[in-house]
Design a protein around this ligand. Structure first.
Ligand SMILES: Nc1ncnc2c1ncn2[C@@H]1O[C@H](COP(=O)(O)OP(=O)(O)O)[C@@H](O)[C@H]1O
Ligand SMILES: [Mg+2]
Length: 239
C-alpha cells in the first residue's frame, strides 16, 4: 500500500503516483507531473480499470481531484465495473467526477472538456477512450490539430492525464503493432503505456509495457499483471 505523502499537491517531487500496486516503481515513482500519457490496449486488457484506479487512488491516497471523461460507458456502468472488483466510491463525491460524454451529442468536445476542467479543477484527468474523438474526424490534419489542442488544454490546466486508446491488436507478440489506430496519439503524448494479452493463457496472460516516458528511467519489456479483487496488480516478473 503506498504511503500517503505530505505534499499537499499529492505529488512526490515531479512525480504523480498511480497508487496501482507494483506499478510506480516501474516508472521511477509515478507519471511525470503535468504530462499527457497514452494508455493503449485491445478490448478487455484492463484500460478502464487501470484508469479508474489511477483516479480513485489519487483522491483516496494522495488527496488529488480526478475527472473521468467517459465516452462509452455511463457512470452507472463504470460503478458496476468497480463493484464487481469490490471497489466503491463512497466518500469520494467531491473528489472524483465522472462526466459522461456521448460522442454524438457534443459538437465541440474540446469545449466540453475545457468546461469540465474549469468547473471541477482536477489534478488528474482521464479520457476514455480518446480514440472515439479522433475517429469522429476523417481528416488526419484535423485529427492532429484537435489532439494537440487537447494536449495543450490538459497541460495548461496543470493536470496529469491518461488518454485511453483502443488499439487494434492486444497481443504482445506482434512487433509491428501500433499503439493506436490512427498512429497520431502516441506521437503527441509524453508517455505511452500498453496493456496486452500475452497470448499464453492462465494467470500469466496479462501484461503491461511502458513503451516511452519522457524524463523517466523505466523498466523496458512486458511485465506480468493480474486483475483480481481490488483491481490491477503489477508483478515484477518479466515475460
Ligand atoms: N471482477 C472481476 N474479476 C476479475 N477480472 C475482472 C473483473 N472485472 C473485470 N475483469 C477483467 O477485466 C476485463 C475488463 O477490463 P476493462 O478495464 O473494462 O478493459 P478495457 O477497458 O481494456 O476494455 C474483463 O474482460 C475481465 O477480463
Ligand atoms: Mg474500457
Amino acid at each position: 500500500m503506498p504511503k500517503k505523502n505530505d505534499d499537499k499537491k499529492g505529488s512526490i517531487g515531479d512525480r504523480v503516483p498511480t497508487g496501482i500496486q507494483g506499478f510506480d516503481s516501474v516508472i521511477s515513482g509515478g507519471l511525470v507531473r503535468n504530462s499527457v500519457n497514452l494508455l493503449s490496449g485491445g478490448p478487455g486488457t484492463g484500460k478502464t480499470i487501470f484508469a479508474l484506479q489511477y483516479l480513485i487512488n489519487g483522491s483516496r491516497i494522495y488527496g488529488q481531484k480526478g475527472l473521468y471523461i467517459s465516452i462509452e460507458e455511463s457512470e452507472s456502468e463504470l460503478k458496476s465495473d468497480l463493484e464487481s472488483l469490490g471497489i466503491d466510491l463512497k466518500g469520494l463525491e467531491n473528489k472524483l467526477k465522472i462526466a459522461y460524454l456521448p460522442i454524438y451529442e457534443v459538437a465541440d468536445f474540446i469545449k466540453f472538456i475545457a468546461d469540465q476542467i474549469s468547473g471541477f479543477k482536477p489534478e488528474r484527468v482521464v479520457i476514455d477512450p480518446v480514440t472515439a474523438l479522433s475517429m469522429s474526424m476523417e481528416d488526419d490534419l484535423e485529427k492532429r490539430k484537435v489532439l494537440y489542442e487537447l494536449k495543450e488544454l490538459l497541460k495548461k490546466s496543470n493536470c496529469t492525464s491518461l488518454l485511453i486508446c483502443e488499439s487494434g491488436s492486444s497481443s504482445i507478440d506482434s512487433e509491428s503493432q501500433s499503439t493506436s489506430q490512427s498512429g497520431v496519439e502516441e506521437f503527441i503524448c509524453d508517455g505511452v503505456i500498453m496493456l496486452h494479452h500475452a497470448g499464453i493463457g492462465g494467470d500469466a496472460d496479462r501484461a503491461i509495457r511502458v513503451v516511452k516516458m519522457r524524463r523517466t528511467k523505466h523498466v523496458r519489456g512486458p511485465i506480468q499483471i493480474e486483475i483480481e479483487k481490488l483491481g490491477i496488480k503489477v508483478s515484477r516478473r518479466s515475460i
